[in-house]
Design a protein around this ligand. Structure first.
Ligand code: URA
Length: 248
């Protein structure tokens, strides 16, 4: 558990922080007998309790949601925005998670976005230090993308992407860092990036006169999306969180 976390907590506060409702609603839930600790219903919402171990507390017969720090990966489908709300009113990735996750404190944020039409791995966490380590431009954490384009590859993409001289429109003074492209077909490739500029993969291909028709993020650091189905999510184990932190 992170330093500074108190060993005890008021149950009403614990539930409110996990998104079960306002402090008042949580207190009401507890007084109704719906919250059990070690098999016994809690009665006093304000009486501090030790932070419960996984499976120790039940709410309405269901295990309490995981306490912070919480880190998960989501296989984002196309059409969902990586945001807490789509300004255009469409679905966002929190619609794919339990509704309580939107309401947690500390807040769950994404460690690196994908654009609306892209698919693949999105990491979400309430752990500010992990968030910083995964997104820090100084870390150069590799991200692997599977790309499909609408025109046949020219043949010089490998060299141009690897050169460290390619510039994006509007960023002429900031050449891109070398990126590794591996053709996988006439119109498909994998691209490994070690930086994350706005719509970077799409803009890299646009700079060479091509157009990305499909973009999928397969891995971040040493953590691979694996067989997680589109639209599904899962919590990460500690060992997997470490993979996320691994540079190569
Ligand atoms: N590059 C893009 O163009 N879009 C993404 O979502 C990620 C990388």
């Amino acid at each position: 558990m992170a330093g500074g976390v108190k060993p005890t907590i008021r149950p009403e506060r614990l539930l409110a922080n996990l998104g079960y409702g306002s402090r008042k609603e949580a207190a009401r839930l507890i007084r109704s007998g719906a919250v059990c600790l070690g098999g016994q219903p809690l009665t006093d919402p304000a009486k501090p309790i030790p932070r419960p171990a996984p499976g120790e507390m039940m709410v309405n017969g269901e295990p309490l949601d995981p306490l912070p720090p919480l880190t998960l990966i989501l296989h984002k489908p196309a059409g969902y925005v990586c945001s807490h709300r789509d300004p255009e009113g469409g679905p966002d990735i929190f619609d794919l998670l339990p509704p309580r996750f939107r309401l947690r404190d500390p807040r769950i944020s994404m460690a690196g976005r994908l654009d609306k039409e892209s698919t693949g791995m999105v990491v979400l966490t309430d752990d500010g230090q992990l968030l910083h380590r995964v997104t820090s431009p100084r870390r150069h954490l590799p991200k692997l993308y599977l790309v499909e384009v609408d025109r046949p590859l020219r043949g010089d993409e490998v060299e141009i992407f690897a050169s460290g001289t390619l510039v994006l429109r509007g960023e002429e003074d900031k050449p891109l860092k070398p990126a590794e492209l591996r053709p996988t077909g006439e119109r498909s490739a994998t691209v490994e990036l070690r930086e994350g500029r706005y719509h970077q993969v799409r803009r890299m291909f646009a700079a060479l006169g091509n157009h990305v028709t499909k973009l999928h993020r397969q891995s971040i650091g040493a953590l691979d999306l694996g067989s997680l189905e589109e639209g599904q999510w899962r919590l990460l184990e500690d060992a997997e969180r470490a993979l996320l932190d691994t540079e190569s």
